[in-house]
Design a protein around this ligand. Structure first.
Ligand SMILES: [Zn+2]
Ligand SMILES: [Zn+2]
Length: 262
C-alpha cells in the first residue's frame, strides 16, 4: 500500500483552498501516481481557533481561516468515498502543547503530525536561523530535545531531522534518540529532495535506529499544491526498505494499523 500522509490543502497556485473541489484535485493526482490513500495536514497556525497560541509574525498573519471549513471539507470528501484522511500539521509549542491538545480535541482527526519549525523565535528551516544563532551542536541538541517532547503529543513526527537544513550534518546518538521516540511514528519524507540540501528525511542513521526500536513509519511528499502529491514517494519508500521496513502505518480516527509497504 502507498500512502502520502503529509500535504497542505491549497489551490494549484498555493492559495489556501479548504474545499471539496480542492481535495478532488489532490485525489486525481494521487490516482495518476498510484497513491492509494492521502492525508491532509494543514499547518495548525492557519486556523483562527488557535490564534491565542501564536507570537511569530508569520504565524499570526496567517491565522485567519476557520478550522470547521477545513475539517468539514475533508469529512465530506470521506463521506463521498474518496481515499482521504483528516490530519493536521501541529507546529509544536513546547510550553502550550496541552492548550493545543484541548483546542484540537473536538475534531475527528485520523492522525496529528507534530513538527518543529520554530524554537524560541529562531527558525529550524527559516530566518533568523537557529543553527546560525547558537551553532550546530547546540541547535541539534535543542531541536531533538523538542522532538522528544513533541512525540508525546503527536501520532507522527514530520520531517524528523529537519534541523539538518542549515550547516553540517553531525554524528548523533541515533539509537538513544530513537529509544526516546518509541510510541510515535516517523515520517519518511521526499520533501527534502526539493530543498537546497537535496536529502530525504530522516537520514539513514535515524531511520535504521527507529527500525531497530520498533518505531513504525508513514510516507509523505509534503505537497503544497495538488501537482506535487506523491512526488518522489518511490524514493522515500526505497529509503525505508533499505532500513529494513516492510510495512507502513495507516490511520483511522487515531488508530494505527500496519499495511505492506509499497
Ligand atoms: Zn513542516
Ligand atoms: Zn508540511
Amino acid at each position: 500500500m502507498i500512502v502520502d500522509y503529509h500535504m497542505h490543502l491549497r489551490a494549484p497556485d498555493e492559495a489556501i483552498d479548504h474545499s471539496v473541489s480542492a481535495i478532488e484535485r489532490y485525489v486525481e493526482v494521487a490516482g495518476e501516481r498510484g497513491v492509494d490513500e492521502i492525508g491532509f495536514t494543514e499547518h495548525v497556525y492557519y486556523f483562527e481557533q488557535t490564534r491565542s497560541l501564536w507570537s511569530e509574525p508569520s504565524q499570526v498573519e496567517r491565522c485567519i481561516y476557520d478550522i470547521e471549513e477545513y475539517v468539514g471539507a475533508v469529512v465530506e470528501a470521506k463521506r463521498r468515498g474518496y481515499p482521504v484522511k483528516l490530519g493536521l500539521e501541529v507546529d509544536h509549542l513546547r510550553d502550550r502543547a496541552d492548550e493545543m491538545d484541548e483546542i484540537l480535541q473536538p475534531y475527528p482527526w485520523d492522525y496529528l503530525v507534530g513538527s518543529i519549525h520554530w524554537i524560541d523565535g529562531l527558525g529550524v528551516d527559516g530566518e533568523p536561523s537557529l543553527v546560525e544563532a547558537v551553532g550546530p551542536e547546540a541547535a541539534w541538541a535543542r531541536y531533538y530535545d523538542w522532538l522528544v517532547d513533541a512525540a508525546t503529543h503527536a501520532d507522527v513526527l514530520a520531517h524528523p531531522d529537519l534541523v539538518k537544513m542549515y550547516g553540517p550534518e553531525l554524528d548523533w546518538d541515533w539509537d538513544g534518540l530513537a529509544e526516546s521516540l518509541v510510541g510515535t511514528c516517523l515520517e519518511v519524507s521526499s520533501a527534502g529532495l526539493h530543498r537546497p540540501h537535496g536529502k530525504l528525511y530522516p537520514n539513514a542513521g535515524l531511520l535504521s535506529a527507529a527500525k531497530e526500536n520498533g518505531i513504525p513509519i508513514t510516507t509523505a511528499s509534503d505537497a503544497h499544491v495538488p501537482q506535487n502529491v506523491g512526488r518522489d514517494l518511490d524514493r522515500a519508500i526505497e529509503h525505508a526498505k533499505a532500513s529494513g521496513y516492510e510495512s507502513v502505518t495507516v490511520f483511522d480516527q487515531r488508530d494505527a494499523r500496519q499495511e505492506p509497504l509499497g
